[in-house]
Design a binder for this molecule. Structure first.
Ligand code: UDP
Length: 239
């Protein structure tokens, strides 16, 4: 399903873009292209070694885009943004993410537990090689991520043919327990949780080195974990 949606879908999109001479794209790539076994902040030149189908499809689309960029027409302007973990919502509380089916990502699950829609959060493993044994990620406010797109687009529109690949994260390492505790404190709610076994295809540590994005596209994240917890909950608790 991922290969069909992501890769076939992208190929169709790129064909139509060429047909209509629209050759500037900001592509939503993912930190999942980096795979597992990282202990430090990841730079863009790190090995591409995805460990799940989602990551493989994102890596494949980056390769296709590289092919277009290198093609003889030299017309493509491409920014691959490797998202780390976007969470939160628009600070109006009106725009956010509430998946129709069962979410797999941590933040919407935390919100559903806080609302009482789920009884408990299952934390996938407390024996990872991390500061508290739970998985570490680089959570970024979705509005900072949105701004990264605008900055990347402005940068491309001022360039001739160009291919840039940038990590979009805050560079701050947050464990599952850090996020849960922050969420409880900021939003004054309770999140019952239990530790369960590791999830298949999971990574222990994925944190960005975001210096390239900061230096190239005139962007930097402005919001912190408290903003992410507050804004995400504002959206969810209104529903
Ligand atoms: N996680 C968890 N319980 C859940 C969902 C996620 O403990 O119900 C953990 C997961 O193991 C990882 C972190 O939360 O360490 C972020 O997972 P998510 O799926 O949100 O992002 P991704 O793994 O794709 O970076």
């Amino acid at each position: 399903k991922y290969w069909d949606n992501n890769v076939n879908g992208s190929i169709c999109l790129f064909q139509v873009m060429e047909e209509f001479n629209c050759q500037t794209i900001v592509f939503s790539s993912s930190a999942s292209v980096y795979g597992s076994n990282h202990k430090n902040e990841i730079i863009e030149s790190a090995n591409i070694s995805p460990i799940n189908p989602y990551g493989h499809t994102k890596a494949a689309i980056e390769k296709i885009l590289e092919g277009l960029y290198l093609s003889s027409s030299k017309k493509w302007r491409i920014a691959n943004l490797r998202y780390f973990n976007p969470i939160g919502a628009h600070d109006s509380g009106l725009i956010g993410e509430d998946p129709n089916d069962q979410p797999n990502n941590l933040f919407p699950i935390i919100c559903r537990v806080a609302l009482g829609r789920y009884e408990k959060l299952k934390i996938y493993g407390n024996n990872w090689d991390t500061k508290d044994g739970t998985g570490v990620r680089d959570y970024i406010h979705v509005m900072d991520l949105a701004e990264a797109h605008l900055s990347a687009l402005d940068y491309l529109l001022e360039s001739k043919s160009k291919l840039i690949t940038l990590n979009i994260g805050t560079g701050i390492a947050t464990s599952v327990l850090d996020l849960v505790k922050r969420f409880i404190e900021i939003n004054n709610c309770s999140i019952p949780y239990e530790f369960t076994k590791r999830r298949k295809g999971d990574s222990s540590f994925l944190v960005a080195n975001n210096q390239l994005a900061i230096s190239i596209i005139n962007w930097k994240p402005k919001k912190n974990l408290d903003d992410m917890c507050r804004d995400g909950w504002k959206y969810y608790s209104k529903k």
